[in-house]
Design a protein. Structure first.
Length: 172
């Protein structure tokens, strides 16, 4: 249950990025899919994926927007993301965990209901993050970017229904 809660919080972080217009300009504005993440009946965020909408998703740039429906602290978002990365065996060693934790602390902020957090994925450049349309950080680490966005888009996600909705696929 603790890990599921942390996953939900991590998903919430991306939701705060969702409102930013940078997703539209960086990806040509094509909406691939959208969905809502609920946890124990509570809506945590609405998510949208923008990009070229061609598979496989991690071979091309995209933007994931999250519009939060609840308040979360930066610490909650960072910890839930780390917990989910650990669950997915995406943290190769303690040094990487420490570096990624620092990077996320720079990129994330406290969010409140209505905030939008957008994450841009670039396969060879890493990730850029925006809160309510304002840039928060650029993380030039393609491995981090792949694993971080995998929280939502990898086949091992905790939310396969949301993943399918974002990718415009039939629900599993």
């Amino acid at each position: 249950m603790k890990r599921a809660r942390h996953f939900a919080l991590g998903l919430i972080l991306l939701a705060s990025a969702a409102q930013a217009n940078p997703a539209h300009t960086a990806t040509g504005g094509k909406l691939c899919g959208e969905g809502t993440f609920r946890f124990f009946g509570f809506t945590l965020y609405d998510a949208k994926l923008y990009g070229s909408c061609r598979a496989p998703v991690f071979e091309q740039p995209f933007a994931l927007e999250l519009k939060y429906q609840r308040n979360f602290t930066r610490a909650q978002l960072v910890q839930s993301s780390l917990d989910e990365l650990e669950r997915m065996n995406a943290l190769p060693d303690e040094a990487t965990r420490t570096r990624w934790e620092h990077d996320m602390q720079q990129a994330f902020a406290d969010v409140k209901a209505g905030d939008t957090f957008t994450g841009h994925y670039h396969p060879e450049e890493g990730a850029r993050f925006y809160l309510n349309g304002e840039p928060t950080a650029q993380i030039p680490d393609p491995l981090f970017a792949r694993h971080f966005f995998g929280i939502w888009l990898d086949r091992e996600t905790r939310a396969p229904g949301l993943r399918a909705s974002l990718l415009g696929e039939a629900q599993p």
